[in-house]
Design a binder for this molecule. Structure first.
Ligand code: PBG
Length: 342
């Protein structure tokens, strides 16, 4: 300390320290920041997950997801029209199936007229230009909320795979463009590919939920599709342990070998490292699912005035692009598309 009681600073000037390299030069104005921008978020990057409800003229709030609704099929069609007008390339549908149609084995997935298939037909008829992505997991259809058939406390793999493959064919017959199995059973991608090809659906693609982690961030989704109160136990025997990154790569490699056209990482933001590893390793179309809990956190903090929700939304989605994503499933899709237009 010197006489003035202030700590001594170093003897080198900033230019000596940096060697004259000043990264702030390009940040000094909006135009120069724009020029050096490495990543952009476009409407073409968005997939909009929407929830379906039984009935007609129904639009039900999802409490844990402010701004998100469950739509009956007729209103889902209106939303598909809106999405197409906004330039959103595709929708992903998730049904809230009536309790009376759920059972131990999720058999309603084999009903050609179940909620998800009716919605696909109606959307493709009214808005053929929008892509429809359907999930073939059993959880919306099971009385216990698991993604597979539950027998003596065990989620049985091979029987589940057979049923999912059949369900996938029905979804393709209803008009689904991409089948996206979210169940994480072993061998499902190959089985779905075989089943689709065997029934003349060579052009229907598969987006594999290749790396789906056993995560706490799915909470609000389970409220949205009505499985929250049903689920006994957890999904750790089929989803990936959040600590594992090499295993996520092995899953991805396996799904690609079995015929996945595109792969997805889920949840999104806490797993950006996985996205980057997958993109660098396989160079395949790579997507992320910004899941319900991620959406809810941003909305809740914004509602409390703790963060700027709109900026946080854009920043979170840009982060996916920077990490290597080709696109993102996000509940923010219409809001973002609207904002990108302005
Ligand atoms: C299950 C499924 C989940 C989500 C979509 N399909 C996870 C789960 O309930 O275990 C989560 C989506 C989200 O949280 O936004 N097949």
């Amino acid at each position: 300390m010197n006489k003035l009681n202030r700590p001594q600073t170093g003897s080198r000037s900033v230019d000596e320290i940096t060697g004259g390299r000043r990264l702030r030069r390009m940040r000094k104005a909006e135009w120069s920041r724009r020029l050096v921008q490495e990543t952009q978020l476009r409407t073409d990057d968005l997939i909009w997950p929407i929830f379906l409800a039984e009935g007609e003229g129904r639009e039900e709030k999802v409490d844990a997801m402010p701004g998100v609704f469950r739509y009956s099929v007729d209103l889902a069609v209106r939303q598909a029209e809106r999405a197409a007008k906004l330039g959103i390339p595709a929708l992903a549908t998730f049904p809230n199936v009536d309790g009376t149609r759920r059972d131990e084995s999720g058999s309603a997935i084999l009903d050609p007229d179940n909620l998800i298939n009716r919605a696909t037909r109606a959307i493709k008829e009214a808005v053929p230009e929008i892509g429809v992505i359907t999930d073939v997991a059993l959880d919306p259809f099971t009385s216990h909320g698991h993604d597979g058939i539950l027998r003596d406390g065990i989620i049985v793999n091979d029987e589940t795979v057979a049923q999912i493959a059949e369900g996938a064919v029905l979804q393709a017959a209803a008009g689904a463009d991409i089948i996206a199995p979210s169940d994480m059973m072993d061998g499902r991608i190959g089985a779905i590919r075989d089943a689709l090809d065997g029934n003349g659906f060579q052009d229907v693609a598969i987006m594999s939920y290749a790396t789906k982690f056993a995560s706490a961030f799915y909470g609000p989704y389970r409220e949205a599709i009505g499985t929250g109160g049903l689920l006994k136990g957890d999904k750790k025997t089929y989803y990936i342990d959040p600590s594992n990154s090499d295993e996520a790569l092995r899953e991805t490699e396996q799904d690609l070998a079995e015929g996945a056209d595109m792969v997805m990482v889920k949840p999104g933001l806490p797993y950006l490292d996985i996205i980057r590893r997958i993109k660098d390793t396989f160079s395949v179309p790579t997507f992320a699912y910004q899941v319900s809990g991620e959406y809810a956190m941003i909305k809740a903090a914004a509602a409390n005035g703790w963060i700027d929700g709109e900026i946080a939304m854009m920043e979170s989605l840009l982060a996916f692009k920077r990490a290597g994503c080709d696109g993102i499933l996000t509940y923010f899709a219409p809001e973002v598309a609207q904002k990108l237009r302005e």
